[in-house]
Write a protein of this length. Structure first.
Ligand SMILES: Cc1ncc(COP(=O)(O)O)c(C=O)c1O
Length: 405
């Protein structure tokens, strides 16, 4: 077929597709692969991958051997319950401190977010989100078509005072989305007091909190993630979580913690969408959760990430001096830094890619009016320390080349 015929054919097929599929917007900024140029020798400070060096590969090996050696292995190859295999739900529930009936197993965090969105929001509803926000959550919202209200994130998490004022002024959200621990991108952690105040607001104004917490276990040595019992125990929260940051995103496994009253609804939704998560994977990871080596391995990863974060922040301070503002991360994967200077930051990004480093631009995390001009999100999780230093050298060179001083 010629190009023209192919184009006509594509138009015809798109016209025959659902409005949802035909109208899904492209990813903008964050996640738009056309903006990223990686060539041999390029350093990627933009990604969300953990370091494969700290993932517990020996636990995978032993658990995989045990799965297949088990006399019940054929059972795992059969269809299983939509909410998840009971023993696996119970293992997650025990770690979460919730009733096993509240756990719905998912194929990872993004899947959990889409289930939570489909189970909570209708077209035209209003949702409040972190600002800066995890941008792929906004793309999940494309599934429904909702009105988005941005509330700033401070060092202590989403700003409850601003939210309360907006609610008093008439804002009526159906849901609120926040990443409460080592927030992506800012690294902020919601305090216990703020979490309690947030739940009070959810009660008063009748909205659901979507709490997306994949970085909670990536705490650096000495960092204590606040216990937030109100957030855990209330039936106003749907908690979304994932093994991606601790066991690897290629695993595709996570879970939701839903209010008891919504368990049946979410199970039906899961059943209608795709049935269930792989029973083999649930059995595998269930064995890893029971392995006493797992938690020390995750804590050990936190130590490695803490060292890498220090390398990255030191390099930034060395190269940019008082032209960089940042808070030292206490966990998670990212440094959220503001570069100062009378430069065109879009040009700095292109120049940096020419020099062989890529990262995420602050503008891509904006959910509202604040543009995050000059902000950058740099990941220290995957690159080795030499690449972290060299990546910052290249970024600083690009910034100077574009007129930064
Ligand atoms: C805040 C946040 N939520 C959800 C996800 C998606 O997790 P998953 O890889 O399990 O889909 C990520 C991954 O980067 C994330 O940063």
């Amino acid at each position: 077929m010629t190009d023209t015929l192919q184009d006509a054919r594509s138009r015809e097929l798109l016209a025959g597709a659902s409005a949802l599929l035909a109208n899904l917007p492209e990813r903008q900024g964050f996640g738009d692969a056309t903006l990223v140029r990686l060539s041999a020798g390029s350093i990627d400070l933009g990604g969300g991958n953990p370091s494969v060096d700290v993932l517990p590969r020996d636990l995978y090996r032993d658990a995989a051997a045990a799965v297949t050696a088990d006399a019940d292995f054929p059972e795992t190859l059969r269809y299983s319950a939509s909410a998840g295999i009971p023993a696996f739900r119970a293992a997650i529930a025990a770690r979460e401190g919730v009733d096993p009936g509240r756990v719905i197993v998912t194929d990872g965090g993004a899947h959990g977010l889409s289930l939570a969105v489909l189970g909570t929001l209708d077209p035209g509803d209003t949702i409040v989100v972190d600002d800066p926000v995890y941008p792929l959550f906004l793309r999940v919202l494309d599934l429904v078509g909702v009105h988005i209200e941005a509330i700033p994130v401070t060092a202590e998490g989403i700003d409850i005072d601003v939210l309360a004022a907006r609610l008093r002024a008439g804002l009526r959200p159906k849901a609120l989305f926040t990443v409460p621990t080592f927030q992506n991108p800012s690294g902020a952690t919601l305090t216990a007091e703020r979490a309690a105040a947030l739940v009070d607001l959810a009660e008063q104004y009748g909205f659901t909190i979507l709490s997306d917490d994949p970085y909670r276990q990536i705490a650096f040595p000495g960092t204590v993630v606040p216990d937030r019992p109100r957030l855990r125990d209330t039936d106003r929260v749907i908690a979304v979580n994932s093994f991606s940051k601790t066991l690897g995103p290629g695993l595709r496994l996570g879970w939701l913690t839903v209010p008891t009253a919504l368990e049946a609804g979410f199970t039906k939704l899961r059943n209608r969408l795709d049935g269930q998560t792989s029973g083999v994977l649930q059995d595998l990871v269930g064995r890893m959760l029971a392995d006493p080596r797992l938690d020390p391995a995750i804590a050990g990863a936190g130590t490695v990430y803490a060292d890498k974060a220090r390398v990255l922040t030191s390099a930034l301070r060395e190269q940019f001096g008082d032209r960089v503002e940042l808070s030292d991360p206490t966990g998670g994967f990212f440094v959220w830094a503001r570069l100062r200077g009378d430069v065109d930051f879009a040009k700095v990004f292109e120049a940096a890619q020419d020099l062989g480093v890529t990262y995420q631009r602050g503008e891509w995390f904006a959910a509202g009016a604040e543009q995050f001009r000059g902000f950058v999100r740099l990941s220290f999780a995957e690159p080795d320390v030499d690449s972290l230093r060299e990546g910052v050298n290249r970024l600083a060179q690009a910034w100077r080349d574009e007129g930064g001083r």
